[in-house]
Ligand binder design. Structure first.
Ligand SMILES: [Zn+2]
Length: 199
């Protein structure tokens, strides 16, 4: 993929089509503390997140912690339930198909559009470490929500960033990317997960 996994592995192979040239380590300095990433099998990843109703310093701290966690893990995005929170928000630092870097967060995001060509490309997730599968995603996506101060935000993405937005919105509905796989790729993913979870 272009790029790091939504937690995608940073060293991921690049494709000529959607080359992602990573900005030398995320230069954004954040005050925050990395939190452990919850792995597949943890029920929090299968639980639909609750809308944020209180916009306070605890929420801002959560956003900071999620950024620090994402950078520590070399991810391109992190959803709140991946760090054990049941709230509806995600953070991202991700490039689109034109190499433009997008950095931000979205609280109570709604995927208002996912359209355009269906691109089947390598995707991974910090909650399923070491795995990547060819995953279909729309080439264009729009998310609307608010920021941590309850100000409206609208985020539009193409290419890998559109993939990231679709991936993170899925997390908040209690889904993971392998849920959108089908056919042989899905069977391969299921086998890999069984092997991973085997004692
Ligand atoms: Zn993920």
């Amino acid at each position: 993929m272009p790029g790091a996994p939504f937690a995608f592995a940073e060293k991921a192979e690049r494709t000529s089509r959607h080359r992602i040239t990573r900005v030398s380590k995320r230069t954004t300095t954040r005050n925050g503390t990395a939190r452990p990433i919850r792995l597949l099998g943890d029920p929090v990843l299968r639980t639909e997140c609750d809308p944020v109703r209180t916009f306070d310093t605890a929420l801002e701290k959560l956003v900071d912690d999620m950024f620090v966690t994402m950078y520590e893990q070399d991810g391109a995005g992190v959803a709140a339930n991946q760090v054990g929170s049941g709230l509806r928000l995600f953070v991202y630092d991700c490039e689109d198909d034109r190499g433009r870097r997008h950095v931000g967060h979205a609280v109570n995001p709604v995927l208002v559009a996912a359209d355009g060509e269906l691109l089947v490309e390598s995707e991974g997730c910090l909650s399923l470490p070491g795995m990547r599968f060819e995953t279909p995603r729309h080439a264009h996506a729009v998310v609307e929500g608010v920021d941590a101060k309850n100000r409206p935000v609208r985020v539009e993405g193409t290419g890998y960033f559109a993939r990231c937005l679709q991936h993170e919105c899925g997390h908040l509905d209690g889904k993971v990317y392998i849920d959108v796989l089908s056919g042989e790729v899905r069977r391969e993913a299921m086998r890999a997960i069984r092997d991973l979870q085997r004692p």
